[in-house]
Design a protein around this ligand. Structure first.
Ligand SMILES: [Zn+2]
Length: 302
């Protein structure tokens, strides 16, 4: 079986007027219900767990911020609404039951349908629609359960500056990102950012130009680090690289996405693989993209 995480709590943050809106996960859940998936219950990340990836004062600040009158993190990109802290804690904690299921051998693959997304959240602050870095928490929790070396692949059209920041000097987590060069967050994501100290060489950025097509994107995945001896593969699955998305100029087709997912699964081999939702804002494109992902995950199941 392929594992799946969703809970209506994920609709209780933000606003339907914002592009990162609750309807995104509802549309995906409707798709997921047409597949035979093993459903797991979400679990809230504790503040202690969140403080393993974020600075303590930031976690404490998010908990109090709405009551203290803040409505945004940094700017109007990232809303804070009454239940944002709780919802973001559940989103980050969703990784835990999935990793536990991997550790017990119940499943080998999973899709985590959650929001708010996470890959722009750095140690010190959230931004870019992201409050807590969900995939970073999953990586650290996986390590605590015996998956010592974690491969993170990020195909969201935006650079995952937060994930890069958290693991920049770490050689136990390898971060590989493809993203549009002239797009948010603008000041990170170059090839020169390779990690530092022990982490040097374990941060791999593959930016592409405007109007990126399938062949160009897939070519970049020829450089996935086959030398990294990973125990688990986590995917920042941002579907905002698709051609019908207005947030980028990338021209990725559904056939291209299918080939990308196949390539990632081939790279992962027999190691556990989890796809975590990041971006993707055109609801029709998002539904088809997740359908393709789930078709590939449930095909030739390990
Ligand atoms: Zn994105």
């Amino acid at each position: 079986m392929v594992g799946y995480i969703y809970d209506p709590i994920f609709t209780e943050h933000g606003s339907q007027e914002h592009i990162e809106r609750p309807a995104r996960v509802e549309v995906i859940d409707a798709v997921a219900r047409t597949f035979p998936l093993q459903h797991y219950l979400v679990r809230k990340a504790t503040k202690e767990e969140l403080k393993k990836i974020h600075e303590a004062h930031y976690v404490d600040w998010v908990e109090r911020a709405y009551e203290e009158g803040y409505r945004f993190i940094l700017n109007e990109d990232t809303l804070l609404t009454p239940k944002s802290f709780e919802v973001a804690s559940y989103a980050a904690g969703s990784a835990i039951p999935i990793v536990d299921a991997f550790a017990k051998g119940e499943i080998k693959r999973a899709f985590l349908n959650l929001r708010p997304p996470g890959h722009h959240a750095e140690r010190k602050t959230g931004q870019g629609f992201c409050i807590f870095n969900n995939i970073a928490l999953m990586a650290r929790y996986a390590q605590s359960k015996g998956f010592g070396k974690v491969m993170i692949i990020d195909f969201d059209v935006h650079h995952g500056n937060g994930t890069q920041d958290i693991f920049y000097s770490d050689d136990t987590v390898c971060y590989f990102s493809t993203h549009e060069r002239n797009n948010y967050p603008y000041f990170t994501g170059s090839e020169e950012e390779r990690g530092e100290g022990r982490g040097e060489g374990f941060n791999i950025n593959k930016p592409y130009g405007d109007y990126c097509k399938d062949e160009e994107l897939l070519q970049l995945y020829e450089d996935l680090p086959s030398w990294f001896d990973f125990d688990i593969v986590l995917i920042s699955a941002g579907y905002d690289l698709m051609k019908d998305e207005t947030i980028s100029s990338a021209q990725i087709t559904f056939e291209g996405l299918r080939a990308l997912v196949q390539k990632i699964l081939q790279f992962a081999g027999n190691k556990p693989v989890a796809f975590l939702l990041e971006g993707g804002y055109n609801l029709d494109s998002l539904a088809t993209s997740v359908t393709i992902t789930l078709e590939e995950l449930t095909k030739d199941e390990l």
